[in-house]
Write a protein that binds this ligand. Structure first.
Ligand code: URA
Length: 184
């Protein structure tokens, strides 16, 4: 599948009921040749309105961390496990994740990033391992075939608990250093 085929398949997807309640598909955004890819959980209200991932309060905080460590948002690719918003921002249901994850895998195949960063526990559980413990394992870099993976706290968790911000800054600096190192 190429990008336009994939986008059209997603736009026409009826594999789970979220296609009926969403306003816009939130396909993903950014550099399709990125070395670095971020994967969140699911679109929220602002993302559903605009069709762009991470544009609400959590996204604005993510932008601050990217800027603070010298990563341009335009250089990375940002997507979610789910491409449609769950009503009232509830956690994605396992069957919604199952229905949608194949599209993310196609995006990864097309981008071929050098590193995938899971934003939050739900993404890490889905992409790294089912028993991922975000408080213990955030920032640990693991190799998976042709790319590396890690997870950081979800920006909305930082909005709720400012004591996590120091860890987030440290993890983001580590991610930037890893990318700089592999580009040498
Ligand atoms: N939270 C997410 O996980 N993804 C978004 O796109 C926005 C908020």
């Amino acid at each position: 599948m190429d990008w336009s085929e994939l986008k059209s398949v997603c736009e026409n997807c009826t594999a789970c009921p979220l296609c009926k309640t969403r306003t816009n598909l939130v396909f993903g955004t950014g550099n399709r040749e990125a070395d670095l890819m971020f994967v969140g959980e699911a679109p929220g209200e602002q993302e559903d309105k605009t069709g762009i991932p991470f544009v609400g309060a959590a996204g604005q905080l993510l932008d601050k961390y990217l800027a603070a460590v010298g990563i341009e948002r335009d250089d990375v690719y940002i997507a979610n496990i789910l491409k449609c918003r769950p009503p009232y921002n509830r956690d994605p249901l396992p069957e919604e994740g199952d229905a949608c994850i194949g599209y993310l895998r196609e995006q990864v195949k097309l981008i071929r990033p050098k590193m995938i960063v899971c934003l939050g526990r739900i993404s890490a559980i889905r992409l790294i391992k089912p028993d991922y413990k975000i408080t213990r394992e955030h920032g640990e870099i693991v190799r998976r075939g042709s790319f590396a993976m890690t997870a950081v706290y979800h920006p909305s968790a930082l909005l709720r608990d400012a004591s996590k911000k120091e860890d987030m800054f440290r993890d983001m600096k580590k991610i930037k250093a890893y990318l700089d190192e592999i580009k040498k």
